[in-house]
Design a protein around this ligand. Structure first.
Ligand code: GDP
Length: 197
Protein backbone atom coordinates (compact mmCIF):
# COMPACT_ATOMS: atom_id res chain seq x y z
CA UNK A 1 0.00 0.00 0.00
CA UNK A 2 1.21 3.46 -0.87
CA UNK A 3 0.56 6.04 1.85
CA UNK A 4 -0.65 9.08 -0.07
CA UNK A 5 -1.99 10.99 2.87
CA UNK A 6 -1.85 10.69 6.65
CA UNK A 7 -3.54 13.33 8.74
CA UNK A 8 -4.21 13.81 12.41
CA UNK A 9 -7.93 14.01 13.20
CA UNK A 10 -8.46 14.20 16.95
CA UNK A 11 -7.48 13.10 20.43
CA UNK A 12 -9.95 12.24 23.12
CA UNK A 13 -10.70 10.01 26.06
CA UNK A 14 -14.20 8.98 25.09
CA UNK A 15 -15.12 6.29 22.64
CA UNK A 16 -18.42 8.00 21.80
CA UNK A 17 -16.49 11.10 20.68
CA UNK A 18 -14.21 9.22 18.31
CA UNK A 19 -14.75 9.75 14.55
CA UNK A 20 -17.84 8.07 13.08
CA UNK A 21 -17.08 4.35 12.81
CA UNK A 22 -17.47 4.32 9.05
CA UNK A 23 -13.98 3.15 8.10
CA UNK A 24 -11.84 0.19 9.20
CA UNK A 25 -9.70 1.01 12.21
CA UNK A 26 -6.25 -0.28 13.20
CA UNK A 27 -5.01 0.48 16.71
CA UNK A 28 -1.42 0.49 17.99
CA UNK A 29 -0.57 -0.14 21.61
CA UNK A 30 2.29 -1.41 23.78
CA UNK A 31 4.39 -0.69 26.86
CA UNK A 32 5.52 2.91 27.00
CA UNK A 33 8.81 3.38 25.17
CA UNK A 34 8.24 0.27 23.03
CA UNK A 35 8.74 2.37 19.89
CA UNK A 36 5.09 3.02 19.03
CA UNK A 37 5.48 6.62 17.83
CA UNK A 38 8.53 5.67 15.80
CA UNK A 39 6.63 2.79 14.19
CA UNK A 40 3.60 4.96 13.35
CA UNK A 41 5.87 7.61 11.86
CA UNK A 42 7.71 4.96 9.86
CA UNK A 43 4.47 3.47 8.53
CA UNK A 44 3.07 6.84 7.51
CA UNK A 45 6.39 8.13 6.21
CA UNK A 46 6.23 11.20 8.42
CA UNK A 47 8.75 12.29 10.96
CA UNK A 48 6.40 13.81 13.52
CA UNK A 49 2.86 12.52 12.99
CA UNK A 50 2.84 10.58 16.26
CA UNK A 51 4.55 12.52 19.00
CA UNK A 52 6.57 11.06 21.78
CA UNK A 53 5.02 12.27 24.99
CA UNK A 54 7.34 14.45 27.05
CA UNK A 55 6.01 12.73 30.16
CA UNK A 56 5.37 9.11 29.23
CA UNK A 57 2.22 7.58 30.58
CA UNK A 58 0.70 10.96 31.46
CA UNK A 59 -1.35 11.65 28.33
CA UNK A 60 -3.98 8.98 28.16
CA UNK A 61 -5.63 9.84 24.89
CA UNK A 62 -7.07 7.93 21.97
CA UNK A 63 -5.44 9.58 18.94
CA UNK A 64 -7.09 9.19 15.55
CA UNK A 65 -5.33 9.60 12.20
CA UNK A 66 -6.95 9.24 8.80
CA UNK A 67 -4.90 7.39 6.21
CA UNK A 68 -5.56 7.78 2.46
CA UNK A 69 -9.11 8.86 3.32
CA UNK A 70 -9.67 5.15 3.65
CA UNK A 71 -8.85 3.83 7.13
CA UNK A 72 -8.17 5.04 10.65
CA UNK A 73 -4.89 4.54 12.42
CA UNK A 74 -5.22 4.88 16.17
CA UNK A 75 -2.41 5.60 18.57
CA UNK A 76 -3.49 4.32 22.00
CA UNK A 77 -1.81 5.27 25.27
CA UNK A 78 0.79 2.77 26.41
CA UNK A 79 0.96 0.73 29.59
CA UNK A 80 3.64 -0.28 32.05
CA UNK A 81 5.11 3.10 32.91
CA UNK A 82 6.26 2.77 36.48
CA UNK A 83 5.59 6.34 37.62
CA UNK A 84 1.88 6.29 36.80
CA UNK A 85 -0.44 6.48 39.80
CA UNK A 86 -2.87 3.69 40.61
CA UNK A 87 -5.76 6.00 39.75
CA UNK A 88 -4.48 6.82 36.27
CA UNK A 89 -3.64 3.16 35.70
CA UNK A 90 -7.22 2.28 36.55
CA UNK A 91 -8.67 5.01 34.31
CA UNK A 92 -6.38 3.82 31.49
CA UNK A 93 -7.61 0.23 31.96
CA UNK A 94 -11.26 1.30 31.88
CA UNK A 95 -10.83 3.51 28.83
CA UNK A 96 -8.92 0.85 26.86
CA UNK A 97 -11.32 -1.95 27.75
CA UNK A 98 -14.26 0.21 26.81
CA UNK A 99 -12.59 1.13 23.52
CA UNK A 100 -11.91 -2.54 22.68
CA UNK A 101 -15.43 -3.59 23.53
CA UNK A 102 -17.36 -0.70 22.00
CA UNK A 103 -15.43 0.44 18.97
CA UNK A 104 -17.38 -1.39 16.31
CA UNK A 105 -15.07 -0.61 13.37
CA UNK A 106 -11.96 -1.82 15.22
CA UNK A 107 -10.48 -4.24 12.73
CA UNK A 108 -7.17 -5.22 14.24
CA UNK A 109 -4.95 -4.27 17.18
CA UNK A 110 -1.20 -4.13 16.67
CA UNK A 111 0.37 -5.04 19.99
CA UNK A 112 3.96 -3.83 20.05
CA UNK A 113 6.55 -5.77 22.01
CA UNK A 114 10.19 -4.77 22.48
CA UNK A 115 12.18 -7.53 20.78
CA UNK A 116 15.17 -6.96 23.08
CA UNK A 117 13.47 -8.57 26.04
CA UNK A 118 12.52 -12.05 27.06
CA UNK A 119 8.75 -12.30 27.62
CA UNK A 120 7.55 -9.65 30.07
CA UNK A 121 4.51 -10.27 32.23
CA UNK A 122 2.69 -7.00 31.36
CA UNK A 123 2.86 -7.93 27.66
CA UNK A 124 1.67 -11.49 28.30
CA UNK A 125 -1.15 -10.15 30.45
CA UNK A 126 -2.14 -7.75 27.71
CA UNK A 127 -2.24 -10.50 25.06
CA UNK A 128 -4.43 -12.57 27.35
CA UNK A 129 -6.72 -9.60 27.86
CA UNK A 130 -7.08 -9.10 24.09
CA UNK A 131 -7.71 -12.80 23.58
CA UNK A 132 -10.31 -12.87 26.32
CA UNK A 133 -12.18 -9.85 24.93
CA UNK A 134 -11.93 -11.45 21.49
CA UNK A 135 -10.35 -8.51 19.67
CA UNK A 136 -8.42 -9.52 16.53
CA UNK A 137 -4.75 -8.70 17.07
CA UNK A 138 -1.26 -9.23 15.73
CA UNK A 139 2.11 -8.89 17.44
CA UNK A 140 4.84 -6.51 16.32
CA UNK A 141 8.31 -7.08 17.73
CA UNK A 142 10.01 -3.70 17.59
CA UNK A 143 13.63 -2.44 17.64
CA UNK A 144 15.04 -5.56 15.97
CA UNK A 145 18.14 -3.59 14.94
CA UNK A 146 19.20 -3.38 18.57
CA UNK A 147 20.47 -6.96 18.81
CA UNK A 148 21.45 -9.94 16.66
CA UNK A 149 18.82 -11.81 14.64
CA UNK A 150 19.56 -14.86 16.78
CA UNK A 151 18.64 -12.97 19.94
CA UNK A 152 15.47 -11.58 18.33
CA UNK A 153 14.52 -15.10 17.18
CA UNK A 154 15.00 -16.58 20.62
CA UNK A 155 13.02 -13.80 22.35
CA UNK A 156 10.14 -14.23 19.90
CA UNK A 157 10.27 -18.02 20.27
CA UNK A 158 10.13 -17.65 24.06
CA UNK A 159 7.11 -15.36 23.77
CA UNK A 160 5.36 -17.82 21.44
CA UNK A 161 6.07 -20.69 23.86
CA UNK A 162 4.38 -18.68 26.62
CA UNK A 163 1.35 -17.99 24.40
CA UNK A 164 1.04 -21.68 23.54
CA UNK A 165 0.51 -22.40 27.24
CA UNK A 166 -2.87 -20.63 26.96
CA UNK A 167 -3.89 -20.24 23.32
CA UNK A 168 -4.33 -22.78 20.50
CA UNK A 169 -4.32 -20.22 17.75
CA UNK A 170 -1.31 -17.97 17.48
CA UNK A 171 -1.44 -14.39 16.22
CA UNK A 172 0.43 -13.22 13.17
CA UNK A 173 3.87 -11.86 14.03
CA UNK A 174 5.74 -8.94 12.46
CA UNK A 175 9.27 -7.74 13.14
CA UNK A 176 10.15 -4.11 12.76
CA UNK A 177 12.96 -1.63 13.05
CA UNK A 178 12.02 2.02 12.75
CA UNK A 179 15.70 2.89 12.43
CA UNK A 180 16.18 0.56 9.46
CA UNK A 181 12.66 0.98 8.09
CA UNK A 182 12.20 -2.78 8.35
CA UNK A 183 8.78 -4.44 8.47
CA UNK A 184 6.96 -1.49 6.93
CA UNK A 185 5.90 -3.16 3.66
CA UNK A 186 4.71 -6.30 5.48
CA UNK A 187 2.46 -4.35 7.86
CA UNK A 188 1.01 -2.10 5.14
CA UNK A 189 0.39 -5.11 2.90
CA UNK A 190 -1.39 -6.86 5.76
CA UNK A 191 -3.65 -3.83 6.34
CA UNK A 192 -4.41 -3.63 2.64
CA UNK A 193 -5.32 -7.32 2.50
CA UNK A 194 -7.60 -7.05 5.54
CA UNK A 195 -9.25 -3.89 4.15
CA UNK A 196 -10.05 -5.76 0.92
CA UNK A 197 -11.70 -8.69 2.74
P1 GDP B 1 6.83 5.14 22.37
O1 GDP B 1 6.93 5.70 23.75
O2 GDP B 1 6.36 3.71 22.39
O3 GDP B 1 6.06 5.97 21.40
O4 GDP B 1 8.32 5.01 21.83
P2 GDP B 1 9.17 5.96 20.86
O5 GDP B 1 8.79 5.72 19.43
O6 GDP B 1 9.15 7.35 21.34
O7 GDP B 1 10.61 5.30 21.06
C1 GDP B 1 11.22 5.21 22.31
C2 GDP B 1 12.73 5.23 22.11
O8 GDP B 1 13.14 4.10 21.37
C3 GDP B 1 13.20 6.45 21.32
O9 GDP B 1 14.45 6.84 21.86
C4 GDP B 1 13.36 5.92 19.90
O10 GDP B 1 14.32 6.62 19.16
C5 GDP B 1 13.81 4.49 20.17
N1 GDP B 1 13.36 3.59 19.10
C6 GDP B 1 12.10 3.40 18.68
N2 GDP B 1 12.05 2.49 17.69
C7 GDP B 1 13.32 2.09 17.48
C8 GDP B 1 13.92 1.14 16.58
O11 GDP B 1 13.28 0.47 15.76
N3 GDP B 1 15.28 0.99 16.69
C9 GDP B 1 16.04 1.68 17.57
N4 GDP B 1 17.35 1.44 17.60
N5 GDP B 1 15.49 2.58 18.43
C10 GDP B 1 14.16 2.78 18.38
Amino acid sequence: MVIKEAKFLMSNTRVDLCPAPTKPEYAFIGRSNVGKSSLINMLTNQSKLAKTSASPGKTQLINHFLINDDWYLVDLPGYGYAKVSKTSRESWRKMINFYFQERENLTCVFLLIDSRHEPLQPDLDFVNQLGTIGVPFVLVFTKTDKQSNTKTDSNIAAFVRKLKETWDELPRIFRTSATKKAGRDEILEFIQEVNLQ
